[in-house]
Design a protein around this ligand. Structure first.
Ligand code: SF4
Length: 500
């Protein structure tokens, strides 16, 4: 690798990266262009963090914001912060500090009676070890800059909060937890991490580090496209039901075919099914179990799928943080194998509480008898159950629909059916391409999976002005429709499998 001019400055995020993997730090600093593109889901997470951080500022109103106009102007933020501190300004947002080349920005710095208090905001429901490391770095730098912190807090979202009325009560939405004791206990580790990062950055080449568990924990590394090139296609990494550490071990010990997986792992029915299917290159089927299951499903059937979003900050009354809120469904109804499918859809425009309309539409569309096929009923049942509590007048009908639901994921979850082309994946997206003469494909549509659908809908809520709303809603409809059409194809395929 060629060496570019060295910039050995560090930031909190580069240090955190270095704690996870020295190579990740090196690549981030000197080969940034090799970083994987940011996915929609990651972007959604960043945007959510930003939104929550902004809202948390209102816990300490009237602060001066030191956010720089761009990434290259942090010196301005440092100077502004320093001036505000000298003036004992009561509240500073995005307070920036730099010590020996390490730059950090603290979410909120508060002065009370001449003492300083640090607050770092996290858009999550609990405090993780990484968050403690994160604020420990900030504490280290602020202290090194000569500011004594009387206390240090993590501000996070309160899982018990329920939105009453239309306006969020931020004092109830957030929990403020003192972590000074844990932060002080981590200071030696932070100094060691800084020393290690400096020695990594003085290297002429990226450190030789083998891929391993560190690539996934605590965060999926964003240099996997570089380090895992080629390896991701190794079928051993696709084995479902095996620990990642075991898979890494298999590959390191030279195993490169599923048939060579050590015998002791074949006690798992999941791994056994995959190994056998890959051996024969035919579907592995437990015919009796599958037949018993399929014999209980009769036409007419509905194929049903819900998409939901999970806002960190509740947007509708009587909802809690990260609650799954349904915004669309797709339904296909069929009376026989030869009949054409009848399609029904619902999508709620953003910023409109469409939950009751969603429910009415679903109940009306499923009035006729028929089992309701769902792939993994957890979300659908959970959402309908919540709606039943919110709108008790429909509770009886909801209960009746739930009783008619059949989980078509069961044959896959119980390993009664596995196709070698599923490649260790058990979702509709993995199963659909294994069906012969299937013309359905997620490649032909703009949204590829449920997390993407959620991220896009949440973005629409946050920034409707930056989107062609109707075309995004059309994309979401295409996606959800693909799920129920796919589900129907899988149903027919399983029926065929038990007949053969
Ligand atoms: S992909 Fe793994 S080995 Fe490569 S930089 Fe990231 S964590 Fe390190």
């Amino acid at each position: 690798m060629s060496i570019k001019p060295r910039n050995t400055n560090l930031s909190k995020s580069s240090l955190i990266r270095g704690i996870q993997c020295s190579k990740a730090l090196y690549l981030y600093k000197y080969h940034y262009e090799q970083r994987d593109p940011v996915s929609r889901q990651q972007q959604d997470k960043f945007d959510r963090g930003h939104q929550v951080g902004k809202l948390a500022q209102s816990l300490f109103p009237g602060g001066k914001d030191c956010t720089p106009p761009n990434h290259y102007s942090y010196q301005q933020s440092i100077q502004a912060t320093s001036a505000l501190i000298s003036a004992q300004y009561p509240v500073i947002y995005e307070a920036a500090f730099k010590f020996e080349g390490i730059l950090i920005a603290l979410d909120i710095l508060v002065n009370r009676d001449g003492k300083w208090y640090a607050y770092e905001v996290k858009s999550s429901l609990k405090i993780s070890q990484t968050y403690l490391q994160d604020i420990s770095i900030q504490y280290h730098i602020i202290k090194s800059c000569g500011i004594e912190l009387e206390d240090v807090f993590i501000v996070h979202i309160n899982s018990d909060y329920v939105l009453k009325g239309e306006t969020v009560n931020i004092n109830e939405l957030f929990k403020i937890v003192s972590v000074k004791e844990q932060v002080e206990a981590l200071q030696l580790d932070i100094q060691a991490a800084i020393n290690k990062a400096r020695s990594v950055l003085s290297l002429h080449n990226a450190p030789e580090i083998e891929t391993g568990i560190q690539c996934f924990k605590p965060y999926p590394c964003d240099f996997m496209g570089t380090c895992w090139k080629g390896q991701e296609k190794n079928p051993l990494f696709q084995v479902a039901g095996a620990q990642l550490l075991d898979k890494i071990q298999w590959v390191k010990s030279g195993i490169n075919d599923m048939k060579d997986i050590p015998q002791e792992y074949l006690t798992s029915s999941r791994i056994k099914a995959q190994v056998e299917a890959h051996h024969t290159q035919k579907p592995f089927i437990k015919k009796e179990e599958l037949k018993n299951f399929m014999d209980n499903i009769h036409f007419p059937v509905y194929c049903f799928d819900i998409e939901a979003f999970q806002p960190a900050i509740p947007v509708f009354e009587e909802t809690y943080p990260f609650q799954a809120i349904p915004f669309q469904f797709s339904l296909h109804y069929s009376t026989s194998e030869d009949s054409s499918l009848i399609e029904t859809e619902f999508i709620s425009p953003p910023h409109q509480d469409g939950r009751e309309l969603f429910l009415i539409h679903f109940l009306n569309s499923t009035e006729k008898p028929g089992q309701i096929l769902v792939f993994n009923t957890l979300l659908e049942k959970g959402i309908l159950f919540q709606l039943g509590k919110l709108y008790p007048q429909y509770a009886k009908s909801i209960k009746e629909r739930i009783q008619r639901m059949v989980d078509l994921e069961i044959p896959f979850k119980k390993d009664w059916y596995y196709h070698p082309k599923m490649n260790g994946g058990y979702s509709i997206k993995n199963i659909l391409p294994t069906i012969e003469q299937n013309t359905l494909s997620y490649d032909k549509i703009n949204i590829k999976d449920g997390l993407d659908a959620m991220a896009i809908y949440q973005k629409l809520l946050r920034e409707p002005e930056t989107h062609d709303v109707q075309s995004v809603l059309d994309d979401l409809i295409d996606y959800c429709r693909m799920d129920t059409l796919g589900l129907y194809s899988i149903f027919l395929e399983l029926k065929k499998a038990v007949k053969e």
